[in-house]
Design a protein around this ligand. Structure first.
Ligand code: PEP
Ligand code: CO
Length: 468
């Protein structure tokens, strides 16, 4: 059994023994620092009252679960497993349905089974799901046809419609995000433990629009081989029905913990250990724009005991990365810190190698994950933001090359995808062209891989893993 986090999120300080930092910290100590990318809530009273409500709500995850995920990520940091972190760029209040959750889960399960079967490594499955509602923006405002409005910051904060009213931050959205996260997580738990993730159903994860494609066919073949292996086990007298690991799996949740008021309100003291956990998700990460060592996000993250991530882009120096490792994981707990690199396909190998070497030399047991999406975004002639499948795979390939050269473990990938048949990223085996982007371009934020492209990517990553 896992421990439960008590609903007490009293403001007692942690310091010294039992704290993750050894330095005094409270769930609200981030408030003394500069917090970038926070909404300008127009009504302070309403904001406070929403946070008060959130503080009274049950935690979404248990501290014990987060500890188990840290242990799994610890295996990734040691080169004994691979991390697949995947899901939406921004979850939506509008496209919230059982179908949409199931389709995203199918793609993640398919990708994981391709990686496990083809490359023979256990895969830790971590969704960008059940809480991925807040977006950092490169500009505070957006101008269309001479009209300037505040930027869309994710459904946790405001709405995507280009009207002045829609762009006003509404604190009550945090309550809705909490409830949608709870329902999403509930369904994920039901799907993954209630039979849907059973390996004998591996064929059924192949969606119709995927199965007709070459990569869908390739997947069918692999699924057939898995079924044959299960029949073989049975024929040998090893009743596969009795092996729980073949019938259920775990898909953990994660999001960028951007809006610190929300995250603080869901941070609870674990009754077993006395440590604080951000119970809004199993894992949370710091974005590229908010990883300032002196900033509020690093302050908040250093005190929560969840496994955490930090994005690392091309401007990060080795000193900055080492300082972040020290600040966020001074005890050097394997699996505590995942560095999610997003360098861009062009200079990934050169940018990464010095970082890999310095972190290894300093003895920091990090998980290295490759986000091949955010360094490879560009605007297509049609005006839509897009990414090319070839650059995405090229960044992952360069990431593997850098790790091979430095003798470190290319621990995982971090991708934006959807289960829907969208046309947002170019290329892939179906060779989506610029002119196709308009067909089903549905994202509220960044372009996502569709089901076929995601599967294609999984086969590509499996090949890179096998080569090593
Ligand atoms: C994201 O992961 O959606 C994101 C905004 O990434 P980054 O912080 O790396 O830009
Ligand atoms: Co994104």
């Amino acid at each position: 059994m896992t421990s439960t986090a008590s609903s007490d999120n009293s403001r007692s300080e942690i310091s010294g023994e039992g704290s993750s930092s050894g330095i005094s910290w409270t769930p609200d100590s981030w408030r003394t620092k500069t917090a970038l990318q926070q909404p300008n809530w127009p009504d302070a009273n309403e904001y406070d009252s929403v946070l008060k409500q959130l503080r009274g709500f049950p935690p979404l995850v248990f501290a014990g679960e987060s500890r188990r995920l840290t242990a799994e990520l610890g295996r990734v940091s040691e080169g004994r497993a691979f991390l697949l972190q995947a899901g939406d760029c921004a979850e939506s209040f509008e496209s919230f349905s059982a179908d949409s959750i199931r389709e995203r889960l199918k793609v993640i399960l398919q990708m994981a089974v391709v990686l496990t079967y083809s490359a023979g490594v256990p895969v830790v499955k971590l969704g960008r799901i059940a809480g991925q509602f807040a977006k950092p923006r490169s500009a505070d405002t957006e101008t269309i046809d001479g009209v300037e409005l505040p930027s869309f910051r994710g459904h946790l904060i405001n709405d995507v419609a280009f009207t002045a009213k829609a762009r006003i931050p509404v604190p009550a959205r945090m309550i809705e995000a909490y409830h949608q996260s709870a329902s999403t997580l509930n369904l994920l738990r039901a799907f993954t433990t209630g039979g849907f993730a059973d390996l004998s159903r591996v064929h059924q994860w192949n969606q119709e629009f995927v199965s007709a494609s070459p990569q869908g066919q390739r997947y069918e073949q692999l699924a057939e081989e898995i079924e044959r292996a299960l029949r073989f086990m049975d024929a040998c007298g090893l009743d596969h029905e009795t092996v729980p690991a073949l019938h259920q799996t775990e898909v953990w949740t994660s999001h960028e913990a951007l809006v610190l008021g929300y995250e603080e309100a869901l941070t609870r003291k674990d009754s077993l250990t006395g440590d604080y956990y951000d119970c809004s998700a199993h894992m949370v990460w710091i974005g590229e724009r908010t990883r300032d060592l002196e900033g509020a996000h690093v302050e908040f993250f250093r005190g929560i005991r969840n496994p955490i991530g930090c994005k690392v882009g091309p401007t990060a120096s080795t000193e900055q990365v080492l300082d972040l490792c020290e600040a966020l994981n001074p005890e050097r707990i394997p699996g505590r810190l995942t560095l999610i690199t997003r360098m861009g396909a062009e200079n990934v190998t050169d940018s990464l190698r010095p970082l890999l070497r310095s972190v290894a030399d300093a003895g920091h047991p990090v998980v290295w994950a490759c986000d091949p999406m955010h360094g490879n975004t560009f605007t297509a002639p049609s005006g839509q933001k897009t990414r090319h499948f070839d650059s995405i795979l090229a960044e992952i390939s360069g990431f593997f090359e850098a790790h091979r050269a430095e003798g470190t473990w290319p621990g995982g990938v971090h991708v934006e995808l959807t289960g829907d048949d969208v046309t947002e990223c170019l290329g892939g085996a179906e060779d989506l062209l610029d002119g196709d982007l308009g067909l089903r371009y549905e994202t509220m934020c960044d372009p996502r891989l569709n089901g076929r492209q995601s599967l294609d990517l999984a086969f590509g990553v499996a090949e890179l893993l096998r080569k090593g």
